[in-house]
Write a protein that binds this ligand. Sequence first.
Ligand code: RRO
Length: 326
Amino acid sequence: MNQGNSNTIDISTEICGIKFPSCIMNASGVRCTTLEELIAIKNSKAGAIVTKSITKELIIGNPEPRYYDFGLGSINSTGLANPGVVKAKEILYELRYKGNCIDYSKPLIVSLAGMHFMDFILMIEFLKDLEVDMFELNVSCPNIIGNKRLLAYDLLGLENVLSSVTSYVHELCKKGFKAKIGLKLPPYQPYEIEEVAKMIKRYRIDFITTINSGFGLVIDKQKTAIKPNKGRGGLGGSCIKPIALANIQQFHELLDIPIIGVGGISTEEDIFEHILCGASAVQIGTYFQRYGTYVFEWLENDLKRFMAMKRYKSINDFRGKLKNYE
Ligand code: RRO
């Protein structure tokens, strides 16, 4: 078979009018907290820089070991470890501005985590002069100690966040604020997707990222896999890909906003499947933690070769076209 020429393949994407040089980026969570880690992403082939979720105060996180790779996937209970918004702003300032020269080479997506709508508003207010391209509101961290209900599973709490954050951001936009606002969602059941999609439509949410890790337990008979919460934590990697695809597909049917797909990507075919289901871009977590920033180059080259073979020139040639695919 003629394999086509992968040099002419375009894997760039556009989300909410923002251009991404590649549709492949890191997922919030691993290797994206410190300045060094973020610079490594900036200097890699990743299509964007996504930060670890930031909270109002510093959080040291859960006891180690708190991340474990079991081949079919990973389990973590990091516990939202991050330096807090004040230190995070210093780091992002360093990352964003070199001297007085602004680096626009790839979009910056800042993940924010909170338990209350005011947490999000205070952090956006504090970070608003940084020219962040997108804020990804993480309402789905599975590792909150004390088994509190996640905002994403508490429809009243979620609606409070959506209504207050979007009306606050709407006011900011009148004064020149340009950042887009998205939600990082957990794995849902079909009826929950319908309810959440209806709610999202009522507010000015620009994009969604789905899915965050699922909840699970991994047993290693030789050693402790992860220490917190008796070994229970967030599952990522290949084992959750079918759950991610179902969530992406159903949200794509119900919403007109862009979707960033996450969950179980370690090959070009995984990326292809996420995009077929409707994703406009994809994020890599477990595989990025396993091999570092090389994964963005490997996946880019493999995706381009794959698309050339299938005679696709851009990801829009197959995005959301699962129905037509044989
Ligand atoms: O830090 C974590 O434990 C964590 C977070 Br905030 C998240 O959103 N997803 C996850 O699997 N772990």
